[in-house]
Design a protein around this ligand. Structure first.
Ligand code: MG
Length: 220
């Protein structure tokens, strides 16, 4: 069973589907060589992608180019189907810092061929997630800072206020396509500064004052 840890609780919350937004920060959309998409880019990760704080991200043999993407993760607490933006935040259980680990070589090849990103984005260990901080302890999730250090060097630094589709709009949008359920996770996109990591690297993702996550990288 793949479960999330909630700060201050003994509950082990089974993780459901992980829905992820692509290109939800303008500067990241540009660094990927494209414009901001007219509609949100959505992809998924399976529960087997989950990695805890202190765990390892394993590069499968089919790839030679693993990239980091630090993101705010929204964890759903109650069923949301066709919800309005004004109600959306009532369905949030909490927040975490996560890493949308990406096999960039596979993703680039898939983009060229018009194929899905399932392997590039959903491989085992592609979704490290910190302990979940209950929503009542996060007064303004649109005012968080995202940082990622690799080997002590800052690689990504951004702010959730720069998200193109904000959290209420994201939940409302996704709920018109997917029924959102308790334990589902939403990766809300990464700010600019994505780049490669290698076996032996130590990643430290933080939302200062809220959450942190440490993982290392190895070959599978
Ligand atoms: Mg991402």
């Amino acid at each position: 069973m793949h479960t999330l840890h909630i700060a201050g609780s003994d509950e082990r919350l089974p993780v459901g589907k992980m829905l992820c937004l692509g290109k939800n920060y303008e500067k990241h959309a540009k660094e990927m060589g494209g414009d901001v998409p007219a509609d949100p880019v959505i992809f998924m990760k399976p529960a087997t992608a989950l990695v805890y704080d202190g765990g390892q991200v394993l590069i499968p043999a089919i790839s030679n180019d693993l990239h980091h993407e630090v993101e705010l993760v929204v964890v759903i607490g109650s069923t949301a189907r066709d919800v309005a933006e004004a109600e959306a935040m009532n369905h949030v259980l909490g927040y975490a810092v996560g890493l949308d680990m990406t096999l960039r070589d596979l993703q680039s090849a898939a983009k060229k061929r018009g194929e899905p990103w399932a392997a590039a984005k959903g491989f085992d260990t592609s979704a490290p997630i910190s302990t979940v901080v209950p929503a009542e302890r996060v007064p303004d999730p649109a005012a968080l800072e995202l940082r990622l250090e690799v080997g002590g060097e800052v690689r990504q630094h951004g702010f959730t206020r720069d998200m193109i589709l904000g959290i209420p709009a994201t939940i409302a949008y996704l709920s018109r396509i997917f029924t959102l359920e308790r334990g589902d996770c939403i990766f809300t996109g990464t700010p600019e500064g994505v780049g490669p990591v290698h076996p032996g690297d130590a990643l430290h993702a933080t939302i200062p004052g809220m959450a942190e996550l440490r993982v290392s990288v190895a070959r599978r």
